[in-house]
Design a protein around this ligand. Structure first.
Ligand SMILES: O=C(O)COP(=O)(O)O
Ligand SMILES: [Mg+2]
Length: 242
């Protein structure tokens, strides 16, 4: 019997914050500028890192709860969270890359995978507008034919919808596919979508790495092609069934 080989190269779905880029410095600047306008104490890197992962609304909610609580409800009907989100986007929306950096090996690895012909998408909980600005400014947009950000679908990761929407837009529904991320939201969304997940160890994981439940962990981006092959191999599938 011939060994089972995928009919197509696997589609690759990439998380953004904590996976491709270290975006904490610009997120910190933006959140602290909103907090400062409200006479709140600034967050430090450790505090904000623990708040990243569930999108900008959750980030602002967590930042305010951490620094004294949510502001009083407004009288014009707009929810407090929506107001905080708008203020954050005023600062961050067009300027998400002053100090944001790529993790080592990202450009080289994406170049190789793109040249090999993998359909590739970004699936991030960061709002779509700053995600697109960031990818363009850091010259990553050319690798991805689809970008799903916060607001592109009605729900965020860990719901599987952003991932399944990305696969549809890549015309890759039914192909083998792998999610690559750094958080429980990525691994949970992947599991719910029926996909394996490779997690990086250098991102914004909020607990022990084992808690991610990843099918493979990589500590350098250059190890990704090997990890993708590993999580899609029949041996890995059998091991997962134990
Ligand atoms: O914006 C966030 O909270 C996290 O974004 P990510 O999904 O790219 O990690
Ligand atoms: Mg992330």
């Amino acid at each position: 019997m011939t060994p089972h080989l995928p009919a197509h190269l696997p589609a690759l779905l990439f998380d953004l914050d904590g996976t491709l880029v270290d975006s904490v410095p610009d997120l910190l600047t933006a959140v602290n500028s909103v907090l400062a306008a409200d006479d709140r104490a600034p967050l430090d890197r450790t505090a904000i890192t623990a708040m990243i992962g569930n999108g900008a609304r959750k980030l602002m909610e967590r930042a305010y709860l951490y620094t004294g609580g949510l502001p009083a409800p407004r009288h014009d009907g707009e929810t407090v969270i929506e107001t905080l989100y708008d203020r954050f986007m005023e600062v961050y929306g067009d300027h998400p890359t002053a100090e944001t950096t790529l993790y080592p090996g990202v450009v080289e690895t994406l170049t190789t995978l793109h040249a090999a012909g993998h359909p590739m998408a970004v699936v991030t909980n960061k709002p779509e507008q700053p995600a697109l600005v960031l990818l363009k400014k850091l010259d990553l947009l050319k690798f991805f034919s689809v970008v799903i950000g916060g607001g592109s679908t009605p729900v965020l990761k860990p719901d599987p919808l952003p991932l399944t929407t990305a696969l549809e837009r890549l015309n890759a529904t039914g192909r083998p596919a792998v999610m690559i991320g750094d958080s429980i939201n990525d691994s949970a969304a992947a599991r719910a979508a029926g996909l394996p997940c490779v997690c990086v160890t250098f991102g914004y994981c909020h607990g022990p790495l084992e808690s991610l439940g990843a099918d493979a962990l990589i500590d350098h981006f250059s190890h990704l092609p090997q990890a993708v092959a590993q999580v899609l191999s029949p041996a890995a599938a059998l091991a997962g069934a134990d």
